[in-house]
Design a protein around this ligand. Structure first.
Ligand SMILES: Cc1ncc(COP(=O)(O)O)c(C=O)c1O
Length: 368
């Protein structure tokens, strides 16, 4: 008997019209677009770690044993190792398939369709995307001209809209500036779950992680993608109230972090000192890149505590400079919409990448 209804007819209306997350393309696709070999492209568009993972990750992956068995759904070894790394009890830790998955789990745990999330824009796109997937409302509160969070505006919007979640990236992607602990404390005075997304914390100076045990409405997100160079293996974590963590542990897909990601996380944390050394190299290169960008007439790099720099270009040049850079095999991030139309976000790569970028940028700007 022929089915009367197609599966697509059963899909929730708000998902049928979902735009989808605008993710970055892999190197092969970029190289083909630029018409040059992959080895010649400069990929500074996704805040990836140019040094790659710890040497110990390759060893751990090569000696992975029982991959015919499921990974530990209780994440015992990872939660203990992360707890030691951040200085919290393992009960506060939940590990995800990237910190993206922790955002997904939190939003699904808290939001019913129609509930509000306050988003301090411009910021990382995942909060808006995940709210849309949940059928929730996004309430945007603009950051100020220096991209600092408008704390009064966020608190007012949260209260007026009876919001359930406030999401703050600190340091913010794409602007690179952190939100102070004093401002985080003020946000914790709201009735919302306050997510402080610290995906780039290792490149900056401060963290709200130590507040977690005494602040049950706070969740701090961390990622292994950036400082530890594990973006391709997908592993990140949330630090939160133990009762909330317990709920997420029960509500998550049971085997959400695969054995390769687990082994890579454990090997990375065991080699944290070597990884921190590379973080310091990236931070030094960030300072050098900032100086070189600043020396190009018409380019204004913002201060950054992350592994990227947001740069303002002469008015109206964002899109065409982005394209001209891509034509030269240099890929950076451009946001076509709104207040970022004149900006490029440039990840910090190797010194040679910076040199290629600076030469290409100076050329691109001189053409019109
Ligand atoms: C602010 C912020 N949070 C989270 C993520 C996602 O990290 P993960 O790779 O751990 O999912 C990113 C990635 O770009 C980010 O910029």
């Amino acid at each position: 008997m022929a089915a009367r209804r197609r599966a697509i007819d059963l899909v929730l209306p708000h998902l049928r019209v979902l735009d989808g997350y605008e993710a970055v393309d892999p190197p092969e696709v970029l190289a083909e677009r630029a018409g040059i070999p992959v080895s010649e492209i400069v990929k500074l568009d996704a805040n990836e770690n140019p040094y790659g993972p710890s040497r110990r990750v390759a060893e751990a992956l090569a000696s992975l044993g029982d991959v015919h068995l499921y990974p530990d759904p209780a994440q015992a070894a990872m939660r203990a190792a992360i707890g030691r790394y951040v200085g919290l009890a393992p009960e506060h830790v939940v590990v995800g398939n990237g910190s993206d998955e922790i955002i997904d789990l939190l939003f699904r745990a808290v939001l019913a369709p129609g509930d509000a999330v306050v988003n301090s824009v411009p910021t990382f796109g995942m909060y808006e995307f995940t709210a849309q997937v949940c059928g929730a409302r996004i309430v945007e509160v603009a950051r100020d001209r220096a991209f600092a969070v408008d704390i009064d505006g966020v608190l007012a919007a949260a209260s007026e809209q009876h919001a359930k979640i406030i999401a703050i990236a600190s340091p913010n992607n794409p602007s690179g500036n952190p939100t102070s602990l004093a401002d985080v404390e003020r946000l914790l005075g709201s009735d919302c779950l306050v997510i402080v997304d610290e995906a780039y914390a290792e490149f900056g100076g401060s963290s709200a992680a130590a507040l977690v045990p005494e602040r049950p409405s706070l969740v701090v997100l961390r990622s292994m993608s950036k400082w530890a160079g594990l973006a391709g293996l997908r592993v990140g974590y949330g630090l939160m109230d133990a009762e909330l963590a317990e709920v997420l542990m029960r509500a998550k897909p049971p085997y959400n972090v695969n054995q390769a990601a687990e082994a890579a996380l454990l090997a990375s944390l065991a080699d944290a000192d070597a990884l921190q050394k590379r973080v310091r190299q990236i931070v030094a290169e960030r300072a050098r890149m900032h100086g070189l960008l600043d020396a190009i007439p018409g380019v204004t790099p913002l201060p950054s505590e992350a592994n990227f720099i947001l740069c303002r270009l002469p008015e109206g040049r964002g899109k065409d400079v982005h394209e001209r850079l891509a034509g030269r095999g240099v890929f950076v991030r451009y946001y076509a919409r709104g207040v970022l139309a004149d900006y490029l976000r440039i990840s910090v790569g190797m010194p040679a990448d910076t040199d290629r970028l600076i030469a290409a940028l100076a050329e691109a700007l001189s053409e019109h």
